[in-house]
Design a protein. Structure first.
Length: 363
């Protein structure tokens, strides 16, 4: 009789276990399906990801206003009474990360705790906890197999920040295989930066590396970087120490920031040290350095020839440009290139890594 009772209890426990597993599996299926069919959540995630990359490339550049626009969208999503707890936790974590990149760390911690109490172990909140220093060993965290790619991506970000660029490239490429395509779209500039930086970490000091990690640089950053990494400005600066503004004034006075084809009939835009460096201003500076180094300072070579011919060989470079010679010279001598083979895109910002590649060709 006792054996029979034990058998009944054992059978009951088995049924309960099977039922629980079935229910858990069903919950996972419902959660996954809900995510896949909710474009609003995907859109919020995409906006967050692009903003996080912007902050990585240009630290402290994300404003509270930018972050709050997405936070409000997520508030609307959280207003759905039928939303599952795992998704709630995910959305709370997204909000916490938005607070974090907009320099509101205390609020980020509050949302981490809220997400954790809503659904423990949600991968997006694990990542938030890691960035807050509340989760120590990211690789040891237990998350669902299909969510491991998020931790791989985060490992790539950490490697990038620690200047282990080859490891960063490997982790990014591994994560891209599984994550939604917008992750590759957002993080590819960071991945490509890591690839370009892999050999520079041993050549340059911290400040210069930090500049190269940015997606843009200012005119003064260009000058300081050139002074600190080359001897191309030695004739103008010797070994003197300059503030960024005094260095700008010195180089401006030397004519290295003046277009060669400037005349009374063309208006040269006034330049400020804090202006974002564009491709055409970079070409102007680089070409003036190129000529100076060869004892040809101020020499005009291309403009007269093409004005007489009546056309410009570069589609978006007008014949009356103050920088006609600079652009033609940089392209012909392979200091800079035409991104699409036909246009120079003169007003586009130049990426610091690309500027460095051009600068190295003058050394």
């Amino acid at each position: 009789m006792k054996n029979k009772s034990n058998l009944i209890i054992l059978f009951g426990l088995l049924i309960l276990s099977l039922f629980s597993c079935s229910t858990l599996q069903k919950d996972v299926e419902v959660y996954t399906t809900f995510e896949e069919k909710t474009p609003e959540i995907m859109e919020a995630e995409k906006e967050l990801v692009f903003l996080e990359v912007e902050n990585l490339l240009k630290p402290n550049s994300v404003t509270a206003e930018q972050a709050d626009k997405i936070i409000k969208k997520i508030d609307t999503l959280l207003g759905d009474v039928n939303i599952q707890t795992a998704i709630q936790a995910k959305l709370f974590a997204f909000q916490g990360r938005l607070f974090l990149i907009s320099n509101r760390k205390d609020l980020a911690k509050d949302y981490y705790q809220q997400a954790n109490s809503t659904y423990k172990g949600e991968v997006q909140n694990v990542i938030l906890g890691s960035r807050l220093g509340l989760v120590e060993d990211l690789e040891q965290q237990k998350v669902a197999k299909e969510q491991m790619a998020f931790l791989t991506l985060e490992a790539g970000i950490i490697a990038y920040e620690q200047e282990d660029y080859l490891q960063a490239v490997a982790k990014f490429d591994e994560a891209f295989l599984t994550l939604d395509s917008f992750y590759r779209e957002a993080y590819e500039p960071l991945r490509n930066n890591a690839w370009k930086l892999r050999n520079l970490a041993t050549e340059l000091v911290g400040n210069e590396i930090d500049v190269l990690k940015q997606n843009t640089m200012t005119v003064s950053e260009m000058l300081v970087f050139t002074k600190n990494t080359t001897d191309l400005l030695f004739n103008h600066t010797s070994s003197k120490k300059y503030s960024k503004d005094s260095l700008f004034s010195e180089i401006l006075k030397a004519g290295l920031l003046t277009g060669l084809n400037f005349s009374k009939t063309t208006i040269q835009q006034e330049l400020s040290s804090d202006d974002i460096l564009t491709r055409i201003i970079a070409a102007r500076f680089l070409w003036n350095l190129y000529l100076e180094k060869r004892g040809m300072a101020g020499e005009v070579k291309y403009a007269d020839v093409f004005i007489e011919a009546g056309f410009s060989p570069i589609l978006d470079l007008p014949l009356d440009s103050p920088d006609f010679d600079a652009v033609l010279g940089c392209v012909e001598n392979e200091i800079m290139e035409l991104p699409d083979g036909e246009n120079f895109f003169p007003e586009d910002p130049i990426e610091p890594l690309d500027f460095n590649e051009s600068l190295k060709k003058l050394k």
